[in-house]
Structures are given as C-alpha cells and as structure tokens.
Design a protein around this ligand. Sequence first.
Ligand code: ADP
Length: 583
Amino acid sequence: MTLAHLIRTFVRRHAAAYAAAGVMLLAIALLTVWMPRQIGHLVDALVARELAGPALWRELALLIGAGVLIYLLRVGWRIRLYAAAYQMGVELRRRLYARLAEQGPRFYQTRRTGDLMALATNDVDAVEMAAGEAMLAGFDGTLTLLLVVATMALGVDWRLAAIALLPFPLMAWSFAWISHHVHDRSRDALERFGDLNDHVQETLTGVRTLRTLGLEARSSRRFAELAGAAARASYESQRWEARYEPAVGMTLVTAIVLSLGLGGWLVWYGELTIGQLTSFGLYLTQLIWPMFAAGWVLALWERGRAAWTRLSAVLDEPLAIDDDGTVATVHPGEIVLRDVHFCYPGNTSAALSGLSLHIEPGSTLGLVGPTGSGKSTLIKLLLRQWMPQSGGISWGGVALADHTLEALRAGIAWVPQEPILFSASVAENIALARPSATRAEIEAVAELAAVHEDIARLPQGYDTPVGERGVTLSGGQRQRVAIARALLADAPLLLLDDALSAVDTETEHRILAHLHDQRQGRTVIVVSHRLSALADADQIAVLRHGHLAERGTHEELLAKGVAHGWYAQQWRIQQLEASIEQD
Ligand code: ADP
C-alpha cells in the first residue's frame, strides 16, 4: 500500500470531516477572490468620486465582515480536519502496536527497540501531517490557485493572466527537483532519529552496568555523535525544504514584472482601468499562498512518504510464526518430539538436531545439560516462539502448529530466567494472567512459590508497587513472584527455564516440592543447573550439543557411573562443591 492509497482509504472513511473542511475551504476561496474584485470596484468608484458617506461605510463594513468570516471559517476547518488527522495517528499507532505484540522473537532479533519506538512517535507524526495538513493545504492551495487564475483571466484580462503565468512551469520543474531531494533527506533524518532513540533506550536499560563499568563518558560521546548526526540530517532536510521559498519568490517577482509591464501598457492605451490593474496586483499577491502551500505540501508529503515506507516495512513484515492453526483449546496429554531439528537464522550450527522425546502427561521432566546445549531452545519451541525446520512436536496427539497461538498461550505457563515485573503492585503482577483472582488465591500461590513472607515484609505488603516505578525486588524474589504468577495461571503445562537460578538451594527444593505436591495432573518441565533440585523428577533428560545424550530417573542416570555419563559426573562435582561450601 502506498501513502496515497492509505490516505485515500482514510479520507473515504472520514468523508464527512474532509467534506465539511472542504466546503469551508471553498467558501474561504470564494470570499478571497471576491475581496480584490470588490476593492477594485471601490477604487474605481472612489476615483470617479461616486462613492461617499454612508454608502462608503457600508462597503467597508462588508469587506471587514468578509474578513472576519474568512477567519472563522479557517478556524472551523482546522478543528474539523485535525480531529480526523489525529484519529489517523491513533489508528496507525494501534495497528503498529498490535503488529509488534504479534511478532515473534525472529522479528525482534533483527529490529532495534529504539528504532521501533521512533516509528511509533516520529514516523506516525509525519504520516499524520501528510494526511491532515498536507491534504487540506494541497486542496486549499489548488482551489485558490484555480479560482484566482480564472478570475484574473475572465474577470480582468486574459492576456495579462497568460503573461503572469509564464514563469510557473519553471517553478513546477524546480519543485520536482527539490522534492526528490527532500524525500531522501527526510528518510535519512528519520533513520538517524531512530539510531539516536535506540542509543537512549539501550543506555537507560543498561545504565547500571554502564556506570559500574565506568563507561558513561564513552556512552555520552557516542550519544553526542548520534545527536549530531541526527541534527545534521534534519538540517540537511530543512535546507532542501527551504529551497521552495526562493523558487516561489523568483516566480512571483518575474510574474509581477511581466504583468506590470503589460498592464501599464494596457492602461496607457485605455484597455484597462487603474482599478482593474489594482485588482490584478492583489490577485497576484493572492497567488503567494497557493505557491507556498505547494512547496509546503510537497515537503510534508515527501516526509510522510519516507515515514510510511519505514512504517509499512514493519506493518507488512510477515509474522515470524504463522497463526493459522485451528485447534482452539489444548488437549493436555503426552508431549512428543519427533526428530526435531532447529537452527537459529544466521547460525551455521543447529541448536537442536534429531531430538526425540516423550513426556508423559502429569509428569515432571528435569532438563539438564551444559550451557548452550539447547535447553532454552527446546522450551522456546514448545512455546512456539520458533518453529523447528524439520521434525514435529505434538501435544495430546495434536501437532503444536495446528493449535491457535492463543490456545497455546493459555495452555502453557512459562517462567523465564529473567522474568519481567510490570509497574503495578505485587498482587497485580502475580494476577497478570487472571486479574479476577482473589487475594486469598494470590496469597496461596505466593506461599507455594515461597515468596509470601518476603512480600509480607514489603512496606505495603501485596499492594507495594514494583517494577520500573516501584520497589526493586532482588533477582530471587522476582523469580519467585514470576513462579507464583505462573501457578495462578493454572495452565496444564508449566515450563520453568532456569527460573530458580537466583534462589538458594534450600528454597529451590521447597518450591519444587510444593510444585510436585500440588501439580494436579499438570506436566512440568524444569530446566536447572542444580542437579540436586531435580532428583525427584519423574524423568531427567540430558541434552548435549542439541542431542538427547541421556535419559532416565535420577537413580538410573547415576547408575551409569562417572566414567560414562555427564549427569553422574556433574552430580559428583556439584556434591563436592556443596561439601566444600559447608566446610
Ligand atoms: P541452553 O539453554 O542449553 O544454555 P540455548 O538453547 O540457549 O542453550 O542455546 C543453544 C544454542 O543456540 C547455543 O549455541 C546458542 O548460542 C544458540 N542460540 C540461543 N539463542 C539464540 C538466538 N536467539 N539466536 C541465535 N542463536 C541462539
């Protein structure tokens, strides 16, 4: 869809607002051409000494009245039009937001957050300006131009009008040339602003790390560079936009010189009255606005087009994960992975290859293996954040891809290693998936997640605000709040991706024991580096280099012996470490 197409569909939907603004503009244009004509008559009547006393005052009052009416109409169309144009901004932002919320990790892997934020602010503004200001100024300018030229030609003298219009084609040509450059420069300016935004976003997110590493000076320098580049790009774009004005000025001066020459000659030979030449001069000055409008409209349009190209690239980017499944509820049953192969885009080696695994419904699976062995990747495939390149994953006999994404989101509770707490109270953060949960239910899951006491000690208990604008919880507390949140969601599949890494061993044990007791048919998959935490799991799977290396119960895996199994080896190491710590 091009910008023109977008605006056409929008104008069609808001036809009433645009039509009302158009009618008001037409009235303004008619009044505007009427005024010089009236002034011309007045001048002729005054020169002929035909107008005096009350009649003169009446004529003047009429002119003033017309001026006031023009003013009111101008205010009116702006109010009508801007209400519609803002609506377009809202619609675009909503579309962009919905798209961003739908997109999967593949999209975010290649896009920068700051730039996406720039799209939602700067770029949407530019498109909004093109749909509002530019559309109406274009309409207004064209209307005034046509009316003024027609009145000049028909109402005054067509020869004079033809001469005055001679320099206009040259202006059109220079406008086309300037527009081309304005487009390129605007795109550049929008991109630079995106870079700048991105840097600010990154700095604010990592401000603690930056400070700890003493990198503020370097970051500031980089910021200054980016801010300079963004300012230069905007300046370049403005420099080109500024060239519209001299083009208008030159055209106008040439038109005035030409028409005064011919006009003077015509007056001399009695073919034109002085009043008519006065009107003509006034008409010429009325062409200033349409010409400036043309330059301005072109600048806004080109800026809007550059912004729309950037926006539509994001809006039209296909979803990383197709949501074309039809099964709208999950059927909790056996989870089967069959010969799953998955490689991240841009990577040369596979994160998972030939992985086959059966997970009994209602069982707890411990997932272990060295860092980078593919544990998180497996969790992400189960969440359908990514799709395997070959092989299949099914749940309760239905392929994962045949479910709607909504069904999967509702059927799976997931706790990542670094959960996000939003700016809300602790209770609201826990009740994210079920805002209707009672305080008693919230406290019950907090007990299970062994975080109730921590919360009770906060200044306002469960009502304490947390997240960006609230109390900062420790890593372990955040993890436990996230586990409580997942438990409250009460989904048939619970995925804990190293979700207790910041919690001490004893608490981790306690939480997992609670999960075990309260699972009520729920399947649980726990990724953990601490093998002792998983000793009670029904099954333990060991991943290495994306393969299933070992599988069995804790006892079975230990029985393989240190010489033959990663699990037994790792168990021995961790036991030794624990005993050294105790000493
Ligand atoms: P684990 O959870 O066992 O530590 P991961 O599943 O995170 O391992 O990683 C498996 C492999 O995939 C690693 O080689 C890692 O570098 C790679 N990987 C993980 N996430 C991404 C990603 N988003 N993009 C590209 N490669 C990734």
